[in-house]
Design a protein around this ligand. Structure first.
Ligand code: GAR
Length: 217
């Protein structure tokens, strides 16, 4: 049985589109049953609808600081769709600790840095300011702290001296679109285990490749 997944977005939804694309494969262990946005004008809603995915809008603005009120409506929508797993894809609203605890181990987020470096806003600007030579993207389980939690998968890119936040963001976004579907595949197929604050993955062979930046001979 495929795991039932909701994707929560606030804007463009390119990670959402990558997840929807991957989930079209017959052998993918999850299906995207709903895309939910807290903004009616999120461009990703049209992309989801064009793919035949049910969409819902729960405007967060009228709730103001009443996070629990917003989450009660969100939870109802998740229940109505029998959602088992949540993927956040550029969902720019904080949750209460209660909601996060209820979904602990079942809610993923993607952030465009190698966490725990550069959480929060402007991660690409933060990376360039710090002068790191390698940056990337992280898929992690959601905990109450923003852009933190057990790390499921990361992908890296070299940072060039002439990178701008925009050029770096574009390269990292390509990595995001590759790792998010793979991370969901691992979670939905039962290969992921939480071990305290750490995420362990079974059935992964080898350690993959090495990256040195700047490149050396
Ligand atoms: C992505 O780069 C995602 O990693 C980032 O927002 C962008 C959403 O783009 N998320 C965060 O910064 C979370 N703190 P998308 O709507 O095209 O997927």
């Amino acid at each position: 049985m495929k795991r039932r997944v909701a994707i929560l977005i606030s804007g463009r939804g390119s990670n959402m589109a990558a997840l929807i694309g991957a989930a079209k494969s017959a052998d993918f262990p999850a299906e995207i049953v709903a895309v939910i946005s807290n903004h009616a004008d999120a461009p990703g809603l049209a992309t989801a609808a064009a793919s035949g995915i049910a969409t819902a809008v729960i405007e967060s603005k009228p709730f103001g600081k009443d996070r629990a009120g917003f989450e009660a409506v969100l939870q109802r929508t998740l229940d109505e769709n029998d959602v088992e797993l949540i993927c956040l894809g550029g969902f720019m609203r904080l949750f209460t600790a209660g909601f996060v605890k209820a979904w602990y181990g079942k809610m993923l987020n993607i952030h465009p840095s190698l966490l725990p470096s550069f959480p929060g806003l402007d991660p690409h600007g933060q990376a360039l300011k710090a002068g790191v030579k390698i940056s990337g993207a992280t898929v992690h389980f959601v905990i109450p702290e923003t852009d933190a939690g057990p790390i499921l998968m990361q992908g890296a890119v070299a940072v060039a001296d002439d990178d701008t936040p925009q050029t770096l963001a574009a390269r990292i976004l390509e990595i995001e679109h590759r790792i998010y579907p793979e991370a969901l595949r691992l979670l939905a197929s039962g290969k992921v285990r939480l071990d305290g604050d750490l995420c362990r993955i079974s059935g992964i062979a080898g350690t993959g490749s090495t990256m040195i930046s700047p490149a050396i001979d």
